[in-house]
Design a protein around this ligand. Sequence first.
Ligand SMILES: Cc1cc2nc3c(=O)[nH]c(=O)nc-3n(C[C@H](O)[C@H](O)[C@H](O)COP(=O)(O)O)c2cc1C
Length: 192
Amino acid sequence: MYPFVYNPPTGRYATCLRQVSNAQRFASQYNICSSCVVYLIFTSVMPLYHLLYQSYASEEFTGRELPTLLRQSSLVNQAVEVTGLLLYTPDGRFAQLLEGRKQHVLEVYERIVRDSRNHTCEVLMEGPWSKRSFSYWCVGLSDCAVVPEGLPLTCVNFRQLPDLLTKVAPTRPMLVHRLLSFVEPFLTNPTY
Ligand SMILES: Cc1cc2nc3c(=O)[nH]c(=O)nc-3n(C[C@H](O)[C@H](O)[C@H](O)COP(=O)(O)O)c2cc1C
């Protein structure tokens, strides 16, 4: 799908070659310049996609489960250039914004839906979006102490969220509102 990406571990170069040879076949069939077709493929897959969902943890995520999940997620997300924000509340709810190329966002989301560690996934917002709000992978927790050192992610405490969200997504008031209302009970509680 993404001919401009070369990433040996994920094998996306092979996809690239398939796309280019399809483009050449298409071009010769219609007697047009093959680089125009390749260019069309490039530009048609460029736009970004975003998806916000919420779900419920099947079991409480303790100091062991959460680091495992974050390690797994952040490494995959880095490889496929999916960024965004994962929120986990002390009452066992998740909200996650995924941003990236559409195919990657949907593939990650499909795996999350199948993951028995959470249930009742519900998409709150999705669609094309012109630019990422998060250029990195971010996790919002009531207590960031559980996050292992050295992972390719940034962790923020709930009380840092209002500031962060208004900075990174100033043109997305609806998104900011949804994310903040998700953690709202914990924003006003001094324990968190
Ligand atoms: C709440 C929640 C959020 C998750 N977020 C991600 C994510 O952002 N990226 C990711 O690759 N996996 C994420 N996962 C893990 C995937 O569901 C899945 O376990 C992982 O991608 C490995 O999938 P596989 O065993 O099918 O290869 C998440 C899981 C849960 C429960």
